[in-house]
Design a protein around this ligand. Structure first.
Ligand SMILES: [Zn+2]
Ligand SMILES: [Zn+2]
Length: 256
């Protein structure tokens, strides 16, 4: 399988104060240089009218673009800076020619209502109870049904955190990730999403925040990504500069 950043010296999935990250763009660039990284890419959450708490505002997006283009010029002799965006399946697409797009699904849509997948375990429990009669299998299958179209819908260069639906499911707390139905739903979505050979992430974000002990995606999905000949890229979905290369060394060491 082809890992695009085999030495972990680049991270293209980072968030800043323009959306729900802790640091400024410049603080992250400084941190990347301290760590001796060759490149950093920014992927602020694109404006999404259905959930404005975590994404960039429209005006904020203009400032974000200008800011990163300025930093790229300032630091051009020291580090490569990419200007990307994390685009949600249900977000509003702006036409700016970003260097890359991370296409991500953060919601399950049911009867016209968008239910956040990765906010808190309590919120997920409420959603599944209220909209799926407590049926986690139906909830998860709906997630993967939507996810199959992620590349088509977002024009993604990189598919973000493929099995985000497992965020609160450490130890199979809500559903069994070893079950045939689960693997079937996830693999069907994966094969559909992989049709145009996008890049898939190995994403340590939920590890950095203490939710999971393993990165997204699960091993059986990673194996299928390899079999389908799609490249992978390591990222930390960084919301705090201390996590810019979270677990990169361990994952690279164990990468087959
Ligand atoms: Zn995301
Ligand atoms: Zn992200």
């Amino acid at each position: 399988m082809k890992l695009l950043n085999p030495r972990g010296n680049a991270n293209l999935h980072t968030h800043t104060v323009y959306c729900d990250g802790k640091d400024t763009t410049e603080e992250l660039v400084q941190r990347a240089m301290e760590l001796g990284m060759a490149a950093i890419g920014f992927s602020g959450h694109e404006y999404s009218p259905n959930d404005t708490d975590f994404c960039m505002s429209k005006e904020g997006t203009r400032a974000y673009i200008d800011d990163i283009l300025r930093l790229r010029e300032t630091y051009k002799d020291r580090i490569t800076i990419y200007l990307g965006i994390e685009r949600d399946y249900f977000g509003e697409i702006d036409e700016f020619p970003y260097d890359y797009v991370i296409g991500s699904l953060h919601y399950v849509e049911k009867d016209g209502v968008l239910l956040t997948v990765d906010y808190t375990a309590e919120a997920m429990e409420e959603h599944v109870e209220k909209y799926f009669g407590g049926n986690y299998r139906a909830y998860v299958e709906r997630y993967y049904e939507i996810l199959g179209d992620i590349v088509e819908k977002t024009n993604a260069t990189i598919v973000g955190h493929f099995d985000l639906i497992t965020k609160f499911n450490e130890g199979n707390r809500y559903f069994d990730e070893e079950a045939d139905w689960y693997k079937e739903a996830a693999l069907t979505a994966l094969r559909k999403a992989a049709a145009s050979k996008p890049i898939f992430e190995i994403n340590t974000g939920a590890m950095a925040r203490g939710y999971r002990s393993r990165p997204y995606p699960a091993d059986f999905l990673l194996e299928e990504i390899g079999r389908l000949e799609c490249p992978v890229i390591l990222s930390s979905d960084c919301h705090d500069k201390r996590d810019l290369k979270f677990e990169f060394c361990n994952i690279i060491e164990n990468f087959a």
